[in-house]
Design a protein around this ligand. Structure first.
Ligand code: HEM
Length: 278
């Protein structure tokens, strides 16, 4: 047996007939066989993988955000900070991922457009769950998921649950800040609205950071996350304009004009409003 055929290479295990390999552990057979271009066009693979990898990262963000919410509820701020920092970095990475998709030109997209039917990121169940957990609730959008009872049930539960930001507001109240009772018993199915008592509380935190360091750190972590999300929204609409101009979206909205309106969404209104008062 020469060096090329030995069942050994620099000490690495080469025989996985009896043990778990990298691909087994990661389920790569399933993941790597989930790309099914419908058009004959070369560029559809980019389109598919860009969406699939985004969905995987969204899955991780949801995993982290659910744990952040639980930790805030239990007053465990240190692990929540670590997770919030991770989610903001994931979002940053997704912001940069648009550079890859931007290599797709209008004629390349036009070649695959007829094969996409009415499918659109607008129907991303995980993305909607992420918006909901961040407080951007919209009951109307549940209808999209009626076809999948499991996804619908998860979204419905998320719609009715306090968001991560609602938990932060409850933490402010437990820390001694006077939060309006209506805010603490809000209708969780509605998107976050600016509340003067919450704004005053955060202002108190920023005006005395020494005494409220943990809440101050929480606020800044949330601002980091929202800022990264805003960049994602901006890169999405810019990439869409670059590729399809102002054509209608496959999901049926006005396209870039709809996405531009989404740039006005403010997830944590008081954290931005208080800055004018400082
Ligand atoms: C050529 C690439 C893309 C185009 C032309 C495009 C276009 C659009 C358009 C026009 C909409 C508005 C809804 C509609 O009418 O369809 C939309 C929504 C959306 N897209 Fe994309 N998109 C692209 C890539 C992506 C990628 C890579 C993702 C990553 C997951 C994504 C995620 C979303 C999400 C989550 C929404 C819903 C946004 C909301 O409701 O606020 N899109 N897209």
């Amino acid at each position: 047996m020469n060096d090329q055929t030995k069942a050994e290479w620099h000490g690495a295990q080469l025989d996985f007939k009896e043990s778990m390999s990298y691909g087994d552990y990661l389920g790569l057979d399933q993941i790597l066989s989930a790309q099914h271009p419908l058009s004959p066009n070369h560029n559809e693979m980019l389109f598919i993988i860009q969406h699939q990898t985004s969905e995987l990262w969204i899955k991780l963000m949801l995993h982290e955000m659910q744990a952040v919410r639980q930790n805030l509820r239990e007053g465990n701020l240190a692990p929540a900070f670590k997770m919030l920092a991770r989610v903001a970095r994931i979002m940053d990475q997704l912001v940069h991922a648009w550079d890859v998709l931007a290599t797709m030109t209008p004629p390349e997209y036009t070649a695959i457009r007829p094969y996409l039917g009415a499918s659109s990121g607008f129907q991303s169940f995980q993305y909607r769950q992420l918006e909901f957990i961040l407080g951007n609730k919209n009951p109307n959008l549940l209808a999209v998921h009626e076809k999948s009872p499991e996804a619908h049930a998860i979204l419905d539960r998320e719609l009715h649950a306090p968001s991560v930001y609602d938990e932060a507001v409850m933490l402010l109240a437990r820390s001694g800040f006077a939060i309006a009772p209506e805010r603490l018993a809000a209708d969780w199915t509605r998107p976050t609205q600016l509340d003067e008592s919450v704004k005053a509380a955060w202002l108190g935190v920023y005006q005395d950071t020494e005494h409220h360091w943990a809440l101050y750190e929480l606020a800044e972590k949330l601002v980091d996350l929202e800022t990264a999300f805003r960049f994602w929204r901006f890169r999405h609409v810019s990439t869409v304009e670059r590729i399809i101009g102002f054509k209608q979206g496959t999901g049926g909205t006005s396209g870039a004009s709809y996405l531009r309106k989404m740039l006005d969404v403010v997830l944590f209104p008081e954290l931005f409003a208080l800055r004018t008062a400082l």
